[in-house]
Design a protein around this ligand. Structure first.
Ligand code: ZN
Length: 286
């Protein structure tokens, strides 16, 4: 509206740093709150605090591996609605939900999220990023909506938005660990002990998320039943560990023990395995 090139330039005229606002610096959030006449606490649900390895949102903390922070992901229909028929670009804004890799389609329109692989340094400047895809916007907004069930995605969004808990076993775990475990369990259920996760494409993640959610939504007992066949493991060794029995699933969890929830998930798996292998060697560090 003011003919400025970027949000960074605009913000500098008002005495705050746009990049720092996006990264969740209290001082810049404070200046911004005063400018828009809103108590700082009211902005809390929209604040995203970025630190070196993690991104903290009001719905949970996520390690960067689960977020697309360098590329803008967006729903073309949401954006088309934001900007309106006269293309008032400054009205479009990014949704925190779109950043999460657990989310594949727009929760409101059901269409696949589009990506801008724009300038990395301007990643946070949604409006500036969007300008690079403007020509495509109308075509993208006509994309077919997906009729596939997206139950893990719906579950994640509900928790991010602070909705009523679904009352399932998964609720016990922090959101990232819960969703990650569900995907891995689905991958194991589909592909066996050693799923080739590195080769997974979006469609694979969507498929294993659905398979995994079908299991975890039926509770801990259903998870243990899924693991049962993997415990039929022929070995001459006397010392058996989770990684030997379940392969990639515990390996992935063990790599992230310093993050909330992962240690508890390993304990669940160990307890399930101990019915068959009372002398199971724990891989958890003391
Ligand atoms: Zn949308």
């Amino acid at each position: 509206m003011n003919g400025m090139e970027s949000a960074t330039e605009f913000a500098s005229h008002f005495g705050f740093n746009f990049g720092r606002l996006v990264d969740g610096y209290q001082a810049d959030i404070g200046v911004f709150s005063r400018l828009v006449g809103s108590p700082q606490g009211n902005l809390e649900t929209g604040v995203v605090i970025q630190t070196k390895g993690f991104v903290k949102t009001s719905g949970g903390t996520f390690s960067r591996e689960f977020l697309d922070t360098d590329r803008c992901r967006f729903c073309p229909t949401c954006v088309a609605t934001d900007v309106g028929p006269t293309y008032r670009l400054h009205r479009a804004y990014g949704r925190v939900e779109w950043m999460l890799k657990f989310i594949h389609t727009c929760p409101d329109h059901g269409i696949g999220l589009s990506k801008v692989s724009g300038h990395r340094l301007k990643a946070a400047d949604f409006s500036a990023q969007l300008r690079t895809r403007l020509d495509d916007l109308e075509r993208l907004a006509r994309k077919q909506s997906s009729r596939r069930p997206m139950r893990l995605q719906n579950y994640v969004i509900n928790r991010l938005r602070g909705g009523e808990p679904e009352g399932i076993w998964l609720d016990e775990f922090p959101l990232q660990a819960a969703a990650h475990f569900t995907q891995l369990l689905g991958a194991m259920s589909r592909d066996g002990r050693e799923p080739d996760l590195e080769e997974f494409e979006d469609k694979d993640w969507i498929e294993v998320a659905e398979i995994g959610f079908d299991i975890v939504s039926r509770g801990r007992q259903a998870v243990e039943t899924t693991l049962e066949p993997f415990f039929d493991f022929k070995t001459v060794r006397r010392k058996v560990s989770l990684s030997m029995l379940l392969g990639r699933l515990p390996v992935e969890l063990l790599q992230r023990l310093e993050q909330p929830g992962y240690r508890d998930l390993i304990k669940v798996l160990e307890n399930a395995a101990r019915w068959r292998y009372p002398t199971l060697i724990s891989e958890l560090p003391n």
